[in-house]
Ligand binder design. Sequence first.
Ligand SMILES: Nc1ncnc2c1ncn2[C@@H]1O[C@H](COP(=O)(O)OP(=O)(O)OP(=O)(O)O)[C@@H](O)[C@H]1O
Length: 288
Amino acid sequence: MRKLDVQKIALSYDAQPIVKGISFSITEGKITALIGPNGAGKSSIFRILSGLVSPDSGFVFLDGIQMKSFNDLRSHCGYLLETADFYAYLSGKKNLELLIALTRSSANATELLEMVGLAKDADKKVQHYSKGMKQRLGLAQVLIDNPSFLILDEPFNGLDPEVKELILKLLTDLKNKGKGILVSTHLLEDIETIADDFILLNEGEIYLSGSMETFGNDRQNVKMHFDVLLPQNLNLGFENCMNANVLTLKANEKETQTILKELYELDLIPYKIDRSSLLYDKYMEIIK
Ligand SMILES: Nc1ncnc2c1ncn2[C@@H]1O[C@H](COP(=O)(O)OP(=O)(O)OP(=O)(O)O)[C@@H](O)[C@H]1O
């Protein structure tokens, strides 16, 4: 399994530390979500990984071998950074064909456009593409060289819900084909559905990181809605808050099951259950 190990990277702008000596890995066949508030340093990390800026310090290892510089990563990674640049007066397909020819790739422009849901707009000039369409063309471009790792800075920016779903599925398919994906986003609930690992960044430091599974047992906010008034003396042996026909508590998945069993025995069956997102809860710990 291929692995990128980033170690102790630090970056300052005008003597102001922005990325403060952080380490993390990207593994083939996994999606790692890089999340954090505005200004946490996510894009700065992407700039380092793409060789656009040199870190003040830090190393990168590919499959255990130290690379001379972050520039050496370029032949192993595909990058989607902020907004990709295209020839506006050429069609999406022509843009891809040019890049395919330039890089002597064996990729097929039509197939790539299909993958990102742009097949029907293949022959439209890029100057007539919407922001979301350009974003998708950027993703198609990233795939031209069939890189092992994909480094995607906010790939869902400007996408409508339908296209967002398509890209979420595309990322899962790419992961299943063995790509290692690092993706930053503010769409916590969406990324949670596909991420294997996460890195929660705050003020240039890792506040929390790990696999989604590790934290899957953490308690989350659970809200149950009933179509009857809840009895005042309801005792579930669990700290909760009742409001007429809504029960709110903090429970992990197993605890939620136990509570549901107790409720069913009392003939109280919720018609709707909301669980907060794990990443959202962790993110909110920073904001508080
Ligand atoms: N070229 C620059 N010169 C000086 N400061 C910069 C520069 N680029 C970014 N910064 C600062 O570095 C910090 C981190 O910015 P960065 O863009 O990496 O954050 P981010 O986590 O990607 O934020 P967002 O979620 O808003 O995209 C911010 O305080 C920003 O103002």
